[in-house]
Design a protein around this ligand. Sequence first.
Ligand code: NDP
Length: 307
Amino acid sequence: MEARKVIIIGTGPAGLTAAIYNARADLKPLVLEGHEPGGQLTLTTEVENFPGFASGVMGPELMGNMKQQAAKFGAEFLPVMCTEADLSKRPFVIKASNGQTYTAEAVIISTGASAKFLGLPHEKELTGRGVSTCATCDGFFYRDKIVHVVGGGDTAMEDATFITKFAKKVYLVHRKDTLRASKPMQERAFNNPKIEFIWDTAITEIKHSEAGVTGVVVENLKTGDKQERPTDGLFYAIGHTPNTKFLNGQLKTNEEGYLITTNDVETNIPGVFACGDVQDTYYRQAITAAGSGCQAAIKAERFLEGH
Ligand code: NDP
């Protein structure tokens, strides 16, 4: 069993920022990259709202740079998942998908939350070319375009409303004829002349060319009628799944499985910290994730000094 001071699990902006800080503090963190190295930003194209990049930066490039920066200061990366964690006592025991077991005096969990997809053919390869799971990130690219948004919760209302700042028309496709979203968010969407609701409807196919999404096939779930609709963009707003299963209930979560933190990044187990989307259901931005990664790293460093 290899002994480490800090193990960081997950490599989105939160985990990589934590790695930069802990590496610069000479803690030589071991970083388990997870199932989606670089996190959700690797699924997007241009990032225009990350401070410091006046001309924007490609998501994968930004994450690649963060990784390089952490590695330069001595963070060690492993392209593995954490399969099991025993957090019942210190040192904590972390099992990785390469069959190795490690111990750590402090653990930082930054495994993120994965956007849910519909499961349609080609949707993953079209992400960044018409399919998006992040309106804040990609809405801007749909100026004067037609967009379809899927979902009936607050995110769908918020996303559809946000995208109308740019798009000429937003169709909100929902599988029921009532919304789960809160009343004020519903009202805002109902009152927006650019938003049109398509009720009781599922998207069954994505039409595309080399350049990206060109349309969707929708099916009315009550009548069975099918229709092909042209669209430039398809935004998924059907929820996220926090990546916390591997913790087997050892840390406190809310009903949906997001880790509950106090004092910003502390979990209910001293020495185990959480940052980024795995504990944030509200902001979900790269910059807020990076900020909380910094907090987790500083908290871990001070925890180790005190123990
Ligand atoms: P929700 O889980 O609340 O809603 C998901 C929506 O997607 C539901 O309408 C659901 O349909 C639909 N859906 C799920 N799976 C599928 C599928 N396979 N096919 C078609 N439709 C599907 O997720 P949200 O992301 O909207 O919200 C998550 C949490 O974040 C909520 O607590 C919300 O209140 C909060 N939030 C708050 C905001 C704010 O206050 N500003 C903004 C955004 C989110 P169905 O209704 O039929 O189940």
